[in-house]
Design a protein. Structure first.
Length: 383
């Protein structure tokens, strides 16, 4: 096979074929209006560089002919391309495939490994243009085995985070959804967050299903989406990320969503500082605080699991106004711990997650909701 060196800016549409090995030895840009098509079985070896997608990148192989994006040092595919003798790739040998705003990228039946130079993710949605990642994509031995989201502010339009079983999302910095913008997290999507917040001044919709739960979790949590941050086997802990904060005029809806391991800088997993929050059929677990609100009348949580949070399951900061938290499971049949009778509700023997004053928790569930046993849903018995 011939070795073809590639770098710079593509001058026109190109198709890369399995007859050659493509050595990307400098940053390569696919400009707007240009398409790079990579045929099944093609091997692309990259040396401390990125591929920037302002145009269209299509890399769709077959089950018999996988496409490989790998290190120039990786002799396991295509042999000793760089002539350095026997060698194997390692994390950080190349940078990333970066999809710019207005660009597009599609991958299936492809492997991508040994990226992460300068701490980049193998797939970097720098313009919040999300690549299409098929079910037959393998992301291994990268610094970040997923879709890296850069933080910053979304543009004033509708955005979507699709669910890809092969690729969780890694949020590296604070993300703001401004007024006039919206973000829909699709059923099953896994959002892993690293010491950051999502600020919602526009609209956030995270509506999953019983079969496809949405997850907002720690980047260290390998139980969903595998080892996204490439640190080897690890589990999350309270304080690994900050919060989803809904600001004045913002709105957030959670249904069949799980939020855990938040609490960095003493924040709740969901903090309503001035907007509207509706939570149904969800799990707030292993956070510093599950739900905290400054606007009680605009906050509701029902038919959800609120448990194992360190300080409070639900905290209401608006004294004298009731926060609607009825019909929830608090981690124990006895309900939440409420040791202050001043608001008229009192449950000092509750072993479940604590609440403060003016949280309306009665009636509560005495078995967890949305539990399936022998293919039948258990009844929602309430106190």
């Amino acid at each position: 096979m011939a070795i073809i060196h590639k770098s710079g800016t593509l001058p026109g549409n190109e198709t890369w074929t399995a007859d050659n090995i493509y050595w990307v030895d400098g940053d390569l840009t696919i400009p707007s209006g240009i398409t790079l098509t990579i045929n099944p079985g093609t091997i692309i070896k990259i040396e401390y560089a990125s591929i920037f997608g302002d145009g269209t990148l299509t890399a769709v192989g077959t089950s018999e002919d996988i496409i490989h994006f790998t290190s120039i040092k990786d002799d396991s595919e295509g042999g000793d391309t760089n002539g350095d003798g026997p060698s194997a790739g390692s994390i950080g040998d190349w940078r990333s495939i970066e999809i710019e705003a207005g660009g597009s990228a599609t991958f299936d039946f492809a492997t991508l490994r040994y990226s992460g130079y300068q701490d980049h993710g193998v797939l970097f949605a720098s313009g919040y243009t999300i690549p299409v990642v098929g079910d037959h994509v393998s992301l291994t031995n990268n610094r970040i085995n997923g879709i890296l989201l850069p933080g910053g502010m979304l543009s004033y339009e509708a955005h979507s985070f699709p669910y890809y079983p092969a690729a969780a999302y890694y949020l590296a910095g604070d993300l703001t959804i401004p007024v006039g913008a919206s973000l829909t997290v699709e059923p099953g999507a896994i959002i892993k967050i690293n010491y950051a917040s999502i600020f919602v001044n526009g609209t956030l919709t995270a509506v999953g299903t019983f079969e496809d739960i949405i997850h907002f979790i720690s980047v260290k949590d390998d139980s969903e989406g595998g080892d996204t941050n490439g640190d080897g086997p690890s589990a999350g802990s309270i304080g690994d990320w900050r919060s989803i904060e809904i600001g004045a005029g913002g709105s957030a809806t959670f249904d069949f969503a799980t939020l855990r391991y938040s609490g960095y800088q003493a924040k709740a997993s969901i903090y309503n500082s001035g907007g509207t929050v509706l939570i149904e059929n969800s799990t707030l677990s292993s956070n510093l605080i599950g739900l905290e609100s400054n606007i009680a009348a605009e906050t509701q949580i029902h038919n959800s699991k609120i448990m194992n949070n360190n300080d409070y399951g639900v905290k209401n900061n608006q004294f004298g106004r009731w926060l609607d938290a009825i019909y929830n499971w608090w981690g124990h049949i006895s309900g939440p711990l409420d040791d202050n009778p001043s608001d008229g509700l009192y449950n000092p023997d509750g072993i479940g997650n604590p609440v403060n004053e003016y949280v309306d928790y009665t009636p509560w569930l005495v078995i967890p909701p949305f539990v399936e046993l022998d293919f039948f849903f258990l009844p929602l018995v309430i106190k």
